[in-house]
Design a protein around this ligand. Structure first.
Ligand code: PMP
Length: 323
């Protein structure tokens, strides 16, 4: 669908996948005024197709839009349109083998204009891609490099928006961490380089002394939907969950005194990624003997079973895509 100043969003349509033709001066190519989302559709054993909390993703589109000066979308309309599109491609999601359908809505600024100002025209596009099971051979904890050199985002910046610039700014640190043998980077705050932010494309949780702690949303990290779901589940199980500032030193201290039980990342792609090792300034610690923790395992199973329709959705998290 398209946006034109004065006319609003218009011309929603479903067309075959094809390259986009663009003027070389198209604003998004130069100034990065764009946002995107990522969610999945799952197939239940009884054949139903389920979306996991799609309102949250679409509401986040508008949070990102606001920060990037992109006009808001109609959340309910876009969810209905998503369902229509998924229904056309539903054969991509077979039952049983763990395949799901990744959904990538995005918005780009389309004025052919050289000069920094918000665009007056935009395109909202949704593309789909089947993805295989994230853990076909079981969950393996990841090794994470604590980044002390590069910064991903600062308060007042665009860190809380799902916008391409955040990912572009993370690439160099990620490449360097990969060369050292680490899967992902754990970002610290951009000012004091001591408070924990998030991991790559995941929010992060630590279980210390029975309490689960996750960095508070203070404007520089993405408000993950899996993060929110994890907190809600933990609370429903009677586990104490705290959102607050937490320093990397606190994690190392908890490890030293034996109270760091588990650490894990949360995100749409993996649901849960247990953290088996941290490296902060060449000081390495192994968490939970490098094994998946009890809580990580329980959260993973519960969320994936709700997504796959194997567990009753008492929290109202799934939306069925009806034929
Ligand atoms: N942080 C960042 C930077 C991300 O890209 C993602 C993935 N969307 C997350 C956290 C996790 O968010 P969600 O649980 O909504 O996938």
């Amino acid at each position: 669908m398209d946006y034109t100043e004065g006319k609003g969003w218009h011309d929603p349509r479903i067309v075959p996948y094809a390259p986009l033709e663009m003027d070389p001066a198209t604003m998004v190519l130069h100034y990065g005024q764009a946002i995107f989302e990522g969610l999945k559709a799952y197939r239940a054993k009884d054949g139903r197709i389920l979306l996991f909390r799609p309102h949250k993703n679409m509401e986040r589109v508008n949070i990102s839009n606001d920060r990037l000066c992109i006009p808001p979308i109609d959340v309910d309309f876009c969810i209905e349109a998503l369902k229509e599109l998924i229904n056309i491609e539903k054969d991509w999601i077979p039952t049983e083998d763990g395949t799901s359908l990744y959904i990538r809505p995005f918005i780009i600024s389309t004025d052919p204009f050289l000069g920094v100002r918000p665009s007056k025209t935009y395109k909202y596009i949704v593309i789909l891609s089947p993805v295989g099971a994230y853990y076909p051979e079981g969950i393996n904890p990841v090794k994470i490099y604590v980044e002390s050199n590069y910064v991903r985002a600062v308060k007042g910046g665009i860190g809380y928006a799902k916008t391409p610039g955040n990912y572009a700014s993370s690439l160099k640190a990620q490449m360097e961490a990969k060369k050292k043998g680490y899967t992902q980077v754990l970002w610290l705050d951009g000012v004091e380089k001591k408070y924990i932010e998030e991991v790559g494309t995941m929010n992060v949780f630590f279980k210390i002394n029975g309490e689960v702690i996750t960095p508070a949303l203070e404007g520089s990290i993405l408000a993950g939907i899996t993060r929110d779901s994890t907190m809600e589940l933990l609370k429903s199980w009677g586990v104490k969950v705290t959102e607050r500032k937490i320093t990397i030193q606190e994690i190392y201290d908890a490890h030293a005194n034996g109270t760091l039980d588990e650490a894990f990342g949360t995100g749409t792609a993996a649901v849960i990624s247990p953290i088996g090792e941290l490296n902060w300034n060449d000081n390495k610690i192994t968490i939970n003997e490098g094994k998946i923790g009890e809580l990580s395992s329980k959260i993973y199973t519960t969320i994936t079973n709700i997504q796959n329709g194997d567990l009753e959705d008492t929290l109202g998290w799934t939306t069925e895509v009806k034929a």
